[in-house]
Design a protein around this ligand. Structure first.
Ligand SMILES: [Zn+2]
Length: 245
């Protein structure tokens, strides 16, 4: 008589444990999917959320706004610009203009053309943000705020690179970038690596992940990106390499 309830209890317990196990597996799977980056990277996990930082824009402008001209009404873009700039102290006193332009990539960084007539320390730079998504298939406004920070961080890495070159070297570099595919690949991958070194690896990853899963992107832009920039796996590896031991 006593064995029967015990058997029920045992079966109930086994069913309960199975349900708990399934629930646990489901939760772990969901966690891994939603926090994939955090799950695999155990350091450098700073995150920037627009809502948390939007009240800091005036402070950022006060701290880094000297010689900066942001010709845009997009508050997200302005804030992303300053959050990324915060990681590049060498550029805080550099003249930088950001404006929208019809270009064949999402963003582009270049010296102002009159640099040839100026001293290196008086050089000004421009960052263009594409305002014609039909050309590339990607609308920068669809990027997450973090993705935007990472993308601008990559453009600042180019400016750091340009800043090391005198006028003649910069002219040679521009010619090389246009005509030599290897120069373009090396430059873009180095800019990605510099962005990661500045602690914006997760943000860069966010932008690349958005790019990878966006099926509206033009074939030529996708090919260019895959050939010349770090992949998601390479970015994750590089972030880990930069982690403190
Ligand atoms: Zn670039």
């Amino acid at each position: 008589m006593k064995k029967y309830p015990l058997f029920i209890n045992f079966e109930t317990m086994r069913l309960g444990l199975t349900l708990i196990f399934i629930h646990w597996m489901y939760t772990v799977t969901l966690f891994c999917q939603s926090k994939r980056h955090l799950h695999e990277i155990h350091c450098d996990t700073t995150h920037f959320y627009f809502e948390s930082y939007k009240d800091s824009l005036d402070d950022y402008v006060f701290k880094m706004g000297l010689k900066k001209n942001l010709i845009t009404n997009d508050e997200r873009l302005k804030l992303a610009f300053y959050i990324a700039l915060n990681r590049y102290p060498e550029l805080h006193k550099t003249r930088i203009t950001l404006r929208h332009k019809n270009i064949n990539s999402t963003m582009q960084a270049q010296p102002s053309p009159e640099f040839i007539f100026k001293r290196k320390n008086k050089r000004a730079y421009k960052i263009f943000v594409n305002n014609n998504p039909r050309r590339t298939g990607i609308n920068y406004q669809e990027l997450s705020f973090e993705g935007l920070v990472g993308w601008i961080g990559h453009e600042f890495a180019h400016l750091i690179d340009y800043n090391t070159m005198n006028n003649r070297a910069l002219l040679g570099f521009i010619a090389g970038y246009i005509f030599d595919k290897k120069t373009m690949r090396r430059t873009e991958r180095n800019a990605d690596r510099e962005t990661i070194k500045r602690g914006l690896g997760l943000q860069l990853l966010d932008g690349v992940a958005f790019f990878e899963k966006n099926n509206k992107i033009s074939e030529s832009y996708r090919n260019r990106k895959q050939k010349n920039y770090l992949s998601e796996a390479e970015i994750m590896l590089d972030i880990k390499r930069n982690c403190a031991p």
